[in-house]
Design a protein. Sequence first.
Length: 543
Amino acid sequence: MHNLKKTLILADNFFAKGEYKSALDKYSLVNSRSSQLLTNAQCSNLQECERVIYGIDDVSKLTIDNLGYPISNYISQHGNPSWDSNLSLVSIVVTTHNTGLYIKRCLDSLRKQTYSRLEVIVVDDASSDNSLQIIKDYQQNYSDFNLKLLCLSCNLGTYFAKNYGIKEARGDYIFFQDSDDFSHEERINLCMHKILKHNWIGIRCEYARVNEHDQIVRVNNYVSKIGLIVLGFHKSVFTQIGYFNPTIKGSDDEFNWRFRTFIGKELYGELLLPLYFALVRSNSLFVDMIACSTETNITQQSSIVRQEYIKAAKDLYSKTSADKCASYFDFPSIRDKVNVSTDMSKLANPKYPVVLNFAINQEHSYHVLLESLDLLSRQCDIINVFTEEKSVYEQVKINKSVNVNLYLADSISNELFSLRVLQQLKITYGAVYWINLPVLEYYSPDLINFILASISSELNTGICWFNKNNFIDTMLNKTMLIDENQVINYDDLCYWGIAVFSANFSVSPYQFWIMRSKKFFVNFVEICLNSGLKNSLLNLKKY
């Protein structure tokens, strides 16, 4: 209470000196905590500040247009930023999930930005409405607009999608925008001028919440306020402290705390202008923080699950050194890094180890795979490479990554040898997720989450089998965007598609392997019955 009274004294002093923006911030702070502390005169002062700042007599009827008034005044006082020829590229990452009603306005606001060197990366988080078609039409209609579209195969939440955008971004600086929100045309221009002028590595501006009639929705009596949804950073920040934790909500707050802990809050600044407009709608991610609301007023408070999330994150920071932070919050991921409630995450969080397997009988195939191993290694626990060719074996042995197990199946087929490896892993771990992949030019960052989600949502057996052709059909128009020419083919294997097996399911491994290959099926049952594999402990040579 004492501090709030001191804040009111500061507000009165700012008001007396005509520093209306500073006065408004102080009055609004007290008003959001305890409106009864303001005297009638101070309430009048607050309204006068708003009338001056927004250029309107009746401040109860504020719209988006009125928020342009302080921005115009700022530019007239400070001048419009001038840029030299070495203009930094800025990437704006937009994430979308079923926002076809709003995505065009979002993109319009970015296409009209006055900052000239932009790339916009839209990451579609497995929309089921017409969002994708609208974005593709937008690309076609505005071919001069630097717009890139990425797609995820399954809905994993906005922060997983943001991370994908960050991974693909070419810009020196990265800003974010939700697909149902939009920006003032000067947002990037003014923010970048501030960043470079003060040598910051990050910035945040003010945002205002608006309804679908473009009316301002006050939040805890604020017209606009500094927020975390408008954070923008130099790309190096994600190298220093890692990516967003891929929860469904609250991870901009977590990232902010991580930045403050490991880098320092003094290295990002603030621009006190309402340059971002966040749409209020019934299924917005922040609805769990709304205590009560009307069409133009919201009382907002932090939800319990968000509070618990930040507490768990801070506990983690106390046990994690700065140099390990980036590798810990790496991307992509299939498990949550911070303990959160089940309604806060859509990651697979597999209970058992995830094992990826590749059959390679041509040296070229391994060099194709080598390009993807870094991305794949973050989506699994173990990678196995099987080959029947000694020359390939020697080549892979020289170049393989440290987390790849290499097996030479010189006397039996890759498939039978991999069955032996599966048996040993079952003994070691009790159960595994066993995923056989074709060699491709590219693998999506949500591939393993997609496969594990397919098991839990569509299958009872724990087996998900795609041959080469329907694997392509399944992934067509998804992130991978592969075609038949991108799959490496082998003469001696009919298929090496995707198969998934968790040893805790009550499915015979022999039934599972019979599905693997028509060519192998002919004598497979006889081999299994006569080899004694079921009860044997095999000594496997692994490099």
